[in-house]
Design a protein around this ligand. Structure first.
Ligand code: ADP
Length: 326
């Protein structure tokens, strides 16, 4: 059976970019493959942060994922820092990772340009990510498009380590990405990908009122100035969100109404808000129930960590043997 691994940072709220690009796929895939999902808190400390906030966000992220449909009865959900082998394997992978490969990662270039002082964790982040995946010898990784380059580097690392230490049995598989049809969701500013660090998100658990207050001013087709101007759906972020949330007949109707100036952008956004509600209402209801069951959330994470510690120890035994640390 294939093994799936994927992770998400607890650096802020679970947003619809995470949901449509990755988490929705996790929910489906958990029934088709052995699935391990990780809240990657060590990845969330490369920028400045408050320890208390990290504690709260870790639990909030677990609650959000469970509410989105991750079922701890069929998949494993755990927190990265509960399994120390992640950082041990990352150190080992440091020694087979070419520096040039790290320096040319787009996310490193983007992030480091925005920071006044750049710490080494920003550069070596994809090594820890490779360790996260390969520690469980996962072969499939459901992620959004922004992670493809990092995943390619995970494959390079697996290949290099195997070539050096496991010529006979290719100990680490080369992990392949699994994308959704909505592999890249843009932020409401229409400028950059929707991301926790950009402040351009819609939270999966936000109320209808909060969602509308964000959708209402959201950027649409920049060439459509007046309601009577015909729009171009393909260049409009709201239309792309329709494709993710609305039934096909509505998506078709929206395209016609936009391109013939039948609807204004606000009309179109109102229909989107309704479509989003259909998908988000059950998620919000599950989240409300989970808020009253913190022991249940903590219990799922503890059971997940127990299982992952066993798997991680087993992998590290193989790594240690092959590298002369036994
Ligand atoms: P963020 O960029 O908001 O900090 P993470 O880095 O924790 O999110 O990513 C968690 C998962 O969500 C990854 O698989 C990532 O590819 C996916 N993802 C994040 N933002 C988007 C987006 N705007 N569109 C599609 N997928 C996304």
């Amino acid at each position: 059976m294939a093994r799936i691994f994927s992770g998400i940072q607890p650096s802020g709220e679970l947003h619809i970019g995470n949901y449509l690009g990755a988490v929705k796929n996790w929910v489906t895939l958990q029934h088709t493959a052995e699935s391990i999902f990780c809240i990657v808190d060590y990845h969330a400390i490369t920028g400045s942060y408050k320890p208390d906030l990290l504690r709260a966000r870790r639990r909030d992220m677990a609650l959000g994922l469970l509410a989105a449909g991750i079922d701890p009865a069929v998949s494993t959900l755990f927190v990265q820092s509960d399994v120390p082998e992640h950082t041990e394997l990352a150190w080992i992978f440091n020694s087979v990772t070419p520096l040039g490969e790290l320096e040319r990662q787009t996310q490193f270039k983007d992030k480091s340009q925005r920071m006044e002082s750049v710490n080494a964790g920003i550069l070596t982040y994809p090594i820890l990510q490779a360790a996260d995946i390969l520690l469980y010898r996962a072969d499939r990784v459901p992620v959004g498009e922004d992670q493809l380059q990092h995943l390619e580097l995970s494959r390079v690392i697996a290949r290099r380590w195997n070539a050096e230490f496991a010529r006979d049995d290719d100990f680490f598989p080369e992990p392949q990405p699994v994308l959704t049809p909505t592999r890249r969701i843009m932020g409401l500013d229409g400028q950059a990908k929707m991301s926790k660090s950009m402040g351009n998100t819609i939270g999966l658990l936000e109320s209808p009122e909060e969602i509308w207050s964000k959708l209402r001013p959201a950027v649409t087709d920049p060439k459509r100035i007046k309601k009577t101007d015909p729009g171009t759906p393909e260049v409009c972020n709201i239309y792309h969100l329709h494709k993710a949330f609305s039934p096909p007949a509505t998506v078709e109707h929206v395209a016609v109404q936009c391109s013939t100036a039948g609807w204004g952008c606000i009309d179109c956004k109102k229909v989107l808000a309704e479509s989003m509600e259909s998908e988000l209402v059950p998620i919000r209801a599950r989240a409300a129930a989970l808020r009253d069951d913190t022991a249940g959330v903590d219990g799922a994470l503890a059971a997940g960590a127990d299982r992952c510690r066993t798997l991680a120890r087993e992998t590290m035994r193989g790594v240690r043997e092959r590298m002369g640390f036994d």
